[in-house]
Design a binder for this molecule. Structure first.
Ligand code: AMP
Ligand code: MG
Length: 498
């Protein structure tokens, strides 16, 4: 049992609103100590946002706290219980099998944020797992979640990465590591499903109240707060999935236990960004049927939301038929909400600020051209930023396509549409460049960083994280962080983050 920490006590002032919920919600337990924790990376900017002064802790202290060897006095560590549909199959009990919530810290705007160790040892929910993580998925989640944040996509964040100094046994022996993850809340669709499946209406009520207070306080004033909650969660997911698709992100494991009620991207297991555009793209090695393919993400989100809605039926109305009707209507809004969000994302990606009927079709035609030749998604939109409002020799976008007539004809339509915009070319270009990244966490770059780390060189990871923090800056065509992978660098398969 790690000692309660007096230095950390002065730095961390955890609140524990989840720990105040009844015992059915979690198992309280301290992290299991690790042999020799060593700090890989600490996120000073996020720490400061959480009211932590990074200079008050030495690296050794950070390593021992975020490695689970010392627990701040105000923390009440606990593993949350939840259930979920994994690849459509019901699992009645999952839960934090290798994670512990340390507590909640108020950020600069006064909002409580969960701070969770991931890879901190076994819990009653570990099933067959060892409760640990190896350094690969920890670096991957650190880099990708921080990149998502810089890209403006709602996400859990990474506060620290620590090597444990202990081996983890997978197919080979690998160095163990722990990620400290920060989120608005770790409550998932699967948390509601857990209590619903046990017909525990009182816990469902408490859970709904908890997320309303933490995440959606405006719902508390609504005539039907739980229906208002459902509507807001539907809208948040619609926006989130549209944001994902706008940057070519494929979550890879959209099980209901990996869908956050806060509408943040959570669980960076086998996720990946597309290089060449292919709407049916799948990276995850275990997604053999392509259930979580790029283009299926909206359908799956709606399916998951239907599970959320059915879990809270008893809270929406005491009349079951009425509950079903209200919840069905709410979930059915998803498609429109998603279409609106997706159109908005695409409109901005092709540089349109005003709204016209034909915009979505114009954008879809561009995607169809990309798909036909698997053109690099990031490059296509970035080169479109630079293209002129009038035809100009040497616009790079043309070079991406082999069917020149098709892209020329699309560009003419696009230029005709630009005439309805109110801003000039340079304004349109700079606005587009704040939406269309020049740098995304490409698989091959992440793999390179992990490979180097395994031989003790963390500088590749450091460099990657620092480039990803500035995803919109101008990069030359030969910049390694702009470039697409060469054929021999392509990474086509990703694996669960275990
Ligand atoms: P995921 O696929 O990451 O969403 O994980 C699904 C479930 O498996 C969750 O309940 C995790 O806590 C659990 N899990 C994943 N990896 C491990 C591990 N190494 N040890 C224990 N539980 C794990
Ligand atoms: Mg998960």
């Amino acid at each position: 049992m790690p000692p309660v920490d007096s230095i950390a006590q002065k730095v961390f002032e955890f609140e524990n609103t989840y720990a105040e919920l009844p015992a059915e919600f979690y198992t309280k337990q301290p992290p299991r100590s690790v042999k020799s924790p060593r700090l890989i990376k600490f996120n000073d900017e996020l720490a400061t946002e959480l009211g932590l002064d990074p200079s008050k802790l030495s690296n050794a202290e950070k390593a021992s706290i975020f490695g689970g060897n010392r627990v701040p006095a105000s923390s009440i560590p606990l593993a949350m219980v939840y259930a979920g549909h994994q690849f459509g199959g019901w699992v009645p009990r999952l839960g934090d099998g290798r994670a512990l919530l340390l507590g909640e810290l108020a950020n600069r705007s006064g909002k409580l944020m969960d701070v969770q160790l991931k890879g901190s040892g076994p819990t009653p929910y570990s099933r067959m797992g060892d409760g640990r993580a190896w350094v690969g998925p920890v670096l991957r989640e650190y880099a990708v979640s921080e990149a998502m944040n810089a890209l403006g996509v709602p996400t859990t964040r990474a506060l620290a990465a620590v090597e444990t100094g202990e081996p983890v046994y997978r197919e080979t022996v690998l160095p163990g590591a722990i990620l400290t993850r920060v989120s608005s809340s770790h409550v998932r669709v699967g948390t509601f499903q857990y209590f619903a499946s046990r017909r525990d209406v009182r816990s469902l009520e408490l859970l709904a109240k908890h997320v309303q207070t933490r995440l959606y306080p405006e719902t508390r004033r609504d005539a039907n707060p739980e229906l208002a909650l459902l509507n807001l969660v539907v809208a948040a997911q619609a926006r989130l999935v549209a944001d994902w698709m706008g940057i070519g992100f494929i979550h890879g494991v959209m099980n209901t236990d990996n869908m956050s009620i806060a509408g943040e991207t959570i669980d960076y297991g086998p996720c990946a960004f597309m290089d060449g555009y292919n709407s049916r793209k799948v990276f995850s090695s275990i997604d053999v049927q392509g259930r979580y393919a790029y283009c299926n993400q909206p359908t799956i989100a709606a399916w998951n939301l239907a599970q959320f809605a059915s879990s809270i039926l008893p809270l929406i109305s005491s009349n079951h038929e009425e509950s079903v009707r209200l919840a069905t209507d709410a979930v059915n809004c998803f498609q429109n909400e998603f279409n609106d969000s997706w159109t908005e994302v695409l409109r901005a990606k092709i540089g349109l600020a005003r709204q016209r009927e034909e915009d979505a079709r114009l954008a879809f035609e561009f995607l169809a051209l990309l798909e036909g030749e698997e053109v690099d998604y990031t490059h296509a939109f970035r080169f479109l930023c630079d293209a002129g409002n009038q035809f100009r020799e040497g616009d790079m976008i043309r070079d991406l396509f082999s069917k020149k007539d098709d892209i020329d004809s699309w560009m003419s339509k696009w230029r005709a549409r630009l005439k309805f915009e109110l801003v000039d070319e340079s304004r349109r270009q700079s606005t587009m460049k704040r939406i269309n990244p020049s740098c995304i966490p490409r698989n091959h770059q992440i793999e390179k960083a992990i490979k180097a780390a395994l031989s003790g060189n963390y500088s590749v990871f450091e460099r990657l994280v620092s480039e990803l923090a500035n995803p919109f800056k101008d990069r030359s065509a030969d910049d390694a962080f702009f470039a697409a992978p060469r054929p021999n660098e392509c990474v086509e398969r990703t694996f669960c983050g275990t």
